[in-house]
Design a protein around this ligand. Structure first.
Ligand code: GYE
Length: 330
């Protein structure tokens, strides 16, 4: 525990001792806030904005936290700077939503040497020594990819297209992000196992609508045709759909191209309800309350599981209703 926090605690205890014997005073100062440094990936997608909101709401002063927030703008060097800054400021905990799985050993060793516990949220990290972080909370991205390819199998069977060649345009997230690595692996594994599925191109859309719009518009100029878009997040899907619309290519339930997307944010679900996207695989960004709970449990000295997965589902035209969309938080 850092010096500043010990000092606040001592002052707080002295204050309580001075009040001993008196009736509880409603004006007693609250216990010292838990200082948390949070290094966020960026603001590249609606998923990310919902995640940031969930974190800032849960780690609020009313809930007993002081949150130091840093937006890395999708650059890992910025995350390293932010974390070193948190260490200098002697925060009590560091929470990282890592951009990539790689390159964390040195900075996390510095955090450990400073005695600051590190919680990893969303994507995972690969480090030589797992004790460099306390625990991880996030999604099973490989399972999300499996949900998508299994749905496509069923869909093609329903349409009696199992013997047809199926050309897939694959739009990928940021290189090295677990959500990219695992959603990609699920698709590549499925393609390797199926005689008729081919990936016609892999475009690196960096999880943003703007970049994907550019890449897909360029790709369409090659005249190459495809049957399915497998896009590793909703915002990239929005960019791809804009490019398809401009080129007059129809998509969704009654269109030429089947569209599979990940995250299931409100706008994507709306497209799905309108028949323009075929499948939205959910990825839950609402980690804030869980991170707050993990910190409270660490404060109490409880032991925690190293990896904590969220449960997720998927939505297609046949399962989606306006009520489901209205009830969504993001
Ligand atoms: O799918 C995407 C975001 O890591 C799960 O990052 C997250 C991904 C999410 O930018 O929209």
């Amino acid at each position: 525990m850092k010096t500043r926090r010990i000092l606040s605690l001592v002052l707080f205890l002295l204050f309580l001792a001075s009040c001993a014997g008196n009736a509880p005073n409603t004006e007693d100062p609250p216990p010292p806030l838990i200082r948390v440094g949070f290094s966020q990936v960026g603001s590249e997608s609606d998923w990310r904005l919902a995640n940031t909101k969930s974190m800032t709401n849960a780690l609020s002063e009313e809930n007993g936290f002081e949150l130091l927030f840093d937006n890395a703008r999708q650059k890992q060097e910025n995350q390293f700077l932010a974390i070193r800054n948190f260490i200098q400021q002697e925060v009590d905990y560091i929470v990282i939503a890592p951009i990539s799985e790689y390159g964390w050993d040195s900075v996390l060793t510095e955090a450990r040497d400073a005695g600051i516990p590190v919680i990893i949220m969303d994507r995972q990290i690969q480090v030589e020594d797992d004790s460099l972080y306390t625990c991880w909370i996030g999604s099973d991205f490989y399972n999300e990819g499996k949900i998508a390819v299994n749905w496509l199998d069923d869909q093609l069977a329903l349409q009696k297209r199992t013997d047809e060649d199926i050309n897939i345009l694959h739009i990928q997230g940021t290189d090295g992000a677990t959500a990219q690595l695992m959603r990609t692996k699920a698709l590549e594994d499925a393609v390797a196992e199926r005689e008729h599925w081919n990936i016609v191109a892999q475009l690196k859309g960096e999880y943003t609508e703007a970049k994907t719009y550019e890449l897909v518009s360029e790709y369409l100029k090659t005249g190459e045709s495809f049957d399915v878009i497998y896009s590793e997040n909703d915002n990239m899907t929005f960019g791809a759909l804009r490019a398809l619309n401009e080129a007059g290519i129809t998509h969704g339930r009654y269109g030429e191209v089947t569209v599979i997307t990940f995250d299931a944010v409100r706008e994507a679900l709306q497209y799905c309800l309108n028949g323009k996207i075929d499948l939205c695989v959910e990825c839950n960004p609402l980690h804030g309350p869980r991170v707050a709970d993990i910190i409270r449990r660490l404060e109490r000295g409880d032991s925690l599981s190293k990896k904590n997965y969220m449960e997720e589902i998927s939505f297609s035209f046949s399962t989606l209703t306006p009520e489901i969309i209205n009830a969504r938080e993001y």
